[in-house]
Design a protein around this ligand. Sequence first.
Ligand code: F6R
Length: 611
Amino acid sequence: MCGIVGAIAQRDVVEILLEGLKRLEYRGYDSAGVAVVNSDNSEFKRVRRVGKVKALADAIHEEPCLGSTGIAHTRWATHGEPTEANAHPHISKDRITIVHNGIIENHNVLRDRLSQKGYVFTSATDTEVIAHLLESELDKASDMLSAFQATIAQLEGAYGTVAMDNQNPDHLYAARSGSPLVIGYGIGENFLASDQLALLPVTRRFSFLEEGDIAVLSRSDVVIYDQAGTEVEREISESDVVHDAGDKGPFKHYMLKEIYEQPIAIKNTLEGRIKSGVVVEDIFGPGSSEILKGIEHVQIIACGTSFHSGMVAKYWFEEHADVSCNVEIASEFRYRKSKVHPNSLLVTISQSGETADTLAALRLAKEIGYQSSLSICNVPGSSLVRESDMAYLMKAGVEIGVASTKAFTVQLVGLLLLVVAVGRHKSLSKEAERDIVSALSALPAKIEQVLDMSKAITLLAEDFADKHHSLFLGRGDQYPIAMEGALKLKEISYIHAEAYAAGELKHGPLALIDADMPVIVVAPNNELLEKLHSNVEEVRARGGLMYVFADTGANFKSDSTMKVLAVPHCEKAIAPILYSVPLQLLSYYVALIKGTDVDQPRNLAKSVTVE
Ligand code: F6R
């Protein structure tokens, strides 16, 4: 999704802006642009290109431009096609330059009004209205700050925006309303971005703008005003985020690297959180154990892959902790009336911590009476973490591939720890807790064994590359894993994939079965195995071709209609985590054969900051 970088310094900032954009590439975008102005205002230049940041960098290197103040942007099209004319930055009357993330909902009204005043629009974007509106406010206001404040007051929607006055390049103006912005502090230079990752080469000192904040950056200073226009301090913290995006190591894609990082990511997330066979107290934040003691119901909210981890957690909460649990897609939850159960815990799950729907759902949940909220999140300092009462920081390491892999399995580990932390005050025995903790400790080694299946999965992928549809089946806590497997396949290989709870086949989807519709089955050795065997026979009887990832003891045998890949035996509690790994590998190798853009699949974005 869109990315913003801004810099004001005593040196040329073009390379800083380009590097920042490169670091935001993983979020998904379709065009990019930079605008810079010299501190003596002798030169203003804007360069925009459709496609990758590399195309923009090549254009700049061919015709170099210099500037000590500048803003840059990667655009993920919402209003208007991905063309150069629609790419940011947008300019008004050669004076005001704007970049913007999010959506201005009242852009049509503003566009009409500004057109009547004589402003000529050169793009189909909602962003351009901000540039012209600010330019028009400058006529009335005493200074740029008042004009910027007056402009922001007229915008409706969720956005983050940065403005540069080409005639006064000693300041940058930024506003946050629903879309994140972080300020980076240097010495004699300051920066801003939509994600701290963009600024790590130039600073480690950050503060996060809060909702409604406006910031004015100069080379020596950053002044922040809150929604009411009062000058405020926002805490500056030292970031320990590690960004290793520049290095794929021996891997062809970040996605594969991240799949292989799962054993270490799981070790990291468990570090200090389990000890002597039990889950350590207060791992969800100071005082969290006391809060979790009183929990009688859990409401989980998330989107996409994170929603699937929530679905697994529902099975776990009700089985191990004897606590009722609902899971809902954030974009549904936020637009309906829902009932708050007494003593509920609201859990949001998000890799990025900035997903607009999840954030809005959290805010709504607080409004309607949820007393305790917990975020399971991979990005420290993200909006979800800051706005939740408690947090589990996943420590999965930065995830660059748009298709989430290690974040998913690490979310599941965090959720299983939460189930134990809640369940130990309910029906979960000490012995059961020890079993789960011991299974989690063994998980990294089990995943290593699954990664060794890579060669066999590569061969299997060849059967898929010419297919247009596929079906994923699982039962119980493997049903969400089938859903996640289907999502991964469609995201990166563009093959249509649907997931069903295997028992549901006969209620409709069986009609789809033929030799052109591969059926992928996840089959650990659990109490549902016999039922699953029957479902497999239903498919076989209708001429379906199956690919079964099965526990070594699950008694499936390869034949002309079924290829079986043996998955090492594991404890029941961790099976959903383990079985997601071969499905990730399958999608990856299918996409590789199809030659798709694995790390940045078409139309998708990593951090979905618009609704
Ligand atoms: C799919 C994927 C998405 C995200 C979803 C929510 O591979 O990554 O479905 O899970 O956009 O994002 P987060 O977890 O950042 O809230």
